[in-house]
Design a protein around this ligand. Structure first.
Ligand SMILES: [Zn+2]
Length: 203
């Protein structure tokens, strides 16, 4: 009798343990899945954060500069204002950089963003400084221009929206492009000047 009773007790205990184990396993599995999904969500969020940080860094060149007409007039010459802010065009052959082939870089006269390098400058014979490629594609935006009965592609500084000129499809290889730019929209710095400035900023 005692043995039978003990056996029954053991059996019951075993059943209880098995049931408990099943429940425990389920619970452990559930907790693991929960932790895993939280981890995955967090890592996705971090990745998204990293991606948006990277995008911001990449787009840094196109962070816009906004100024009122009065503010622009204060920092630009009349000619620069007429061309950059009023989409004017300088008379061909009159610009400072038309027949100018010194090694260096060209910056936006409105905001100082680097736009072109002397290596891509060529004499198109059109009377305006011509470049086959921008220093960085992100520094130049394009707009469809249908003024004066023509369909042209206007190019503007991507940071201050200053009018630079137009881009045409009759440039030299490999791009086949001709960025026809007003000298007044540009400020040139020679390699020596750039080096000097870099040295000064290091000191
Ligand atoms: Zn600019």
């Amino acid at each position: 009798m005692i043995n039978k009773g003990l056996n029954r007790l053991f059996n019951n205990l075993n059943k209880a343990t098995t049931t408990l184990n099943k429940h425990s396993l389920k619970l452990i599995f559930f907790v693991m899945m929960l932790v895993l999904s939280i981890g995955l969500t967090a890592s996705c969020q971090n990745k998204a954060k990293r991606n948006s940080a990277m995008e911001k860094k990449e787009n840094r060149v196109t962070e816009k500069i906004f100024k009122s007409d009065e503010e622009w007039k204060e920092i630009l010459t009349d000619e620069q204002y007429r061309i950059l802010r009023e989409k004017g065009t300088e008379r061909p052959g009159t610009g400072l950089y038309d027949q100018f082939f010194v090694k260096g870089r060209y910056y936006c006269a409105g905001c100082g963003l680097e736009l072109f390098e002397s290596g891509s400058k060529f004499d198109a014979g059109c009377g305006w400084p011509s470049f086959s490629i921008p220093a960085d594609k992100k520094s130049i935006d394009e707009n469809r221009d249908i003024s004066y009965g023509m369909v042209r592609t206007e190019v503007v500084c991507s940071r201050c929206d200053g009018h630079l000129g137009h881009v045409f499809n009759d440039g030299p290889p490999p791009t086949g492009l001709r960025y026809c730019i007003n000298s007044a929209s540009l400020v040139f710095k020679s390699e020596e000047e750039i080096k000097k400035e870099e040295n000064q900023s290091v000191k």
